[in-house]
Design a protein around this ligand. Structure first.
Ligand code: MSP
Length: 508
């Protein structure tokens, strides 16, 4: 079996309510996954939920339920969101699943046996109220900790540490030698800059008396695994670590993440894998953060963009299109309703919607809904055809470089060229002259072919619309492949079109 293309999203904190930022990351991953499937690859697309930790423990306590019950109540918010956004994930991991606990403990034991983990005393300022150690960051200018932390005392605590620092030079060399390892380039530079300071060893445990809601350390049941060893390991758990499937899935091709967790993914994670003798992922791709109208989104300000509300009002395709078109993978984005509406009306309804609608309506009107034959060529047709082929040919490279907004830009250049072709050829004028019937048929055939090519290229981005275009063209629902976008003339003439309807109803 050939290796699958394996792409992951971060595992989201189960206690959060999903918002547009989480939706963004998962949609970008979905577009990449669908694009690779379109290119004929087997794809394994993973998303998931991060379910351990103090916040979950506290929230469960406050509700009077067990942490597991609390997770089970929260998980459906996430599980039910993904189909609404047309996410085609192959798996959804929850860190409370037995498969995950088993893999985390196996890897920890392996590292412990290899001498990569050691116990040490940690001493610091501890807030009993917040149940956490405080650092100088939390300290006020007066040298005191804010009142919300309650009584703060010096505390000595034994914990387990992972020998991360000894791998620092190796990691720097790996990132230097593999330019594609961190995407985009400026994030690679950021991580290299960060690695100029000593990394230190990583504290990987918490005493179970203080944090019960975690995976117990296999070599000391008085402790649980703390945050990153648990969370990051999800990527190998879901790939089937320890089973024959692992070979087929691992290494991950892309860990798509938000920029704020870059250090954990491009720093800690490769070192953990290296120490455990597991191959490294091929790429860590960090995307930017969305704000709304220039402001950070937060529940207290009440400016959070709810992806479900957008889907209900505008449809999932419109949301997917906007998020992907608005910015390159890596840059920060700012959500503004007016901008969203402008793109919907201008690009989806006008450019794309009108092209398909007027092309197919003219076939209805002038050819009784039967696709005509191309018979009378013109240099204008060759130019259209060449642009279609060039756009389709560029697709794999754009996807490989994660240039998804540029890819949409290429496709829209073609869509606009098609609209221009309609105006240049003026089928309505050709229709008035019976001597030009064959030319009219050719123009309309070329337009239908263009819509077919567009439906393939857009399928990863706006799958529902792509399928609608194909049905309107009289094509079935069979799976499509990118190669078919590179070929011209695949539509069979003298066959009826499907039923025509506007793709994006205009909104005021
Ligand atoms: N559980 C950790 C990740 C562990 S991965 C092994 C976590 N979870 S999270 O729920 O906070 O989700 C983080 C991810 O959500 C970010 O990395 C990013 O992909 C996405 N976003 C959350 N808010 C965002 C924005 N405002 N804008 C864009 N994406 C952001 O961290």
């Amino acid at each position: 079996m050939p290796k699958q293309f394996y792409i992951t999203t971060p595992i989201y904190y189960v206690n959060d309510r999903p918002h547009i930022g989480h939706a963004y990351c998962t949609i970008v991953a979905d577009v990449i996954a669908r694009a690779h499937r379109l290119m004929g690859e087997e794809v394994f697309f993973l998303t998931g939920l991060d379910e351990h930790g103090q916040k979950v423990q506290q929230a469960a306590q406050a509700k009077g339920v067990t942490p597991q019950q609390f997770c089970d109540e929260m998980a459906p918010h996430w599980e039910q969101l993904w189909p609404k956004l047309l996410i085609s994930n192959n798996d959804l991991i929850r860190t409370t699943q037995p498969r995950h606990k088993h893999v985390v403990q196996t890897i920890l034991q392996k590292l412990y046996d290899a001498g990569e983990i050691y116990a040490s005393e940690y001493e610091g300022w501890y807030s009993t109220r917040a149940e956490q150690f405080l650092t100088e960051k939390e300290m006020g200018p007066d040298g005191k900790f804010p009142a919300e932390y309650g009584e703060v005392t010096r505390l000595k605590e034994k914990n387990y540490f992972f020998k991360m620092s000894k791998y620092q030079d190796w990691l720097i060399a790996h990132i230097r030698d593999n330019p594609g390892f961190v995407h985009p380039d400026y994030r690679r530079n950021e991580i290299l800059g960060f690695l100029q300071k000593p990394l230190g060893d990583l504290c990987i445990s918490r005493p179970a008396t203080r944090l019960a809601w975690g995976i117990p350390l296999p070599f000391d049941a008085d402790y649980v695994t703390y945050v990153w060893f648990d969370a990051l390991t999800n990527y190998v758990t879901a790939a089937g670590y320890g089973t024959p499937a692992f070979e087929q899935n691992w290494p991950a091709d892309i860990h798509l993440i938000g920029k704020e967790i870059l250090l954990f993914h491009a720093g800690y994670w490769p070192i953990m894998l290296k120490a455990a003798g597991i191959p490294l992922p091929k790429q860590i791709a960090a995307h930017g953060w969305w704000t709304r109208d220039g402001q950070k989104m937060s529940k207290s300000v009440g400016n959070v963009v709810d992806p479900v509300a957008i889907v209900e009002a505008w449809g999932a395709d419109a949301l997917r299109y906007y998020l992907l078109r608005e910015l390159p993978v890596g840059s920060d984005g700012d959500w503004a309703d007016t901008n969203f509406e402008r793109r919907y009306n201008g690009e989806l309804a006008n450019d794309l919607g009108n092209l398909v609608n007027r092309s197919l309506s003219m076939i209805n009107r002038y050819c009784k809904g039967i696709l005509p034959q191309p018979a009378v060529p013109d240099p204008l047709d060759d130019e259209l055809r060449a642009l279609a082929a060039a756009t389709a040919k560029r697709f794999p490279d754009r996807v490989a470089k994660l240039e998804l907004n540029q890819l949409l830009g290429d496709i829209w250049d073609f869509i606009r060229r098609c609209n221009q072709y309609v105006d240049q050829c003026a089928p309505w004028a050709l229709a008035k002259d019976p001597a030009k019937a064959a030319r009219l048929g050719t123009v309309l055939y070329n337009l239908a072919e263009s819509c077919r090519v567009i439906s393939i290229l857009l399928a990863p981005f706006i799958p529902t619309t792509a399928a609608k275009i194909r049905l309107q063209l009289g094509l079935g629902e069979a799976p499509i492949v990118l190669i078919e976008a590179q070929l011209w003339g695949m539509l069979v003439s003298n066959r009826p079109l499907g039923e025509i309807a506007p793709l994006f109803p205009k909104k005021q």
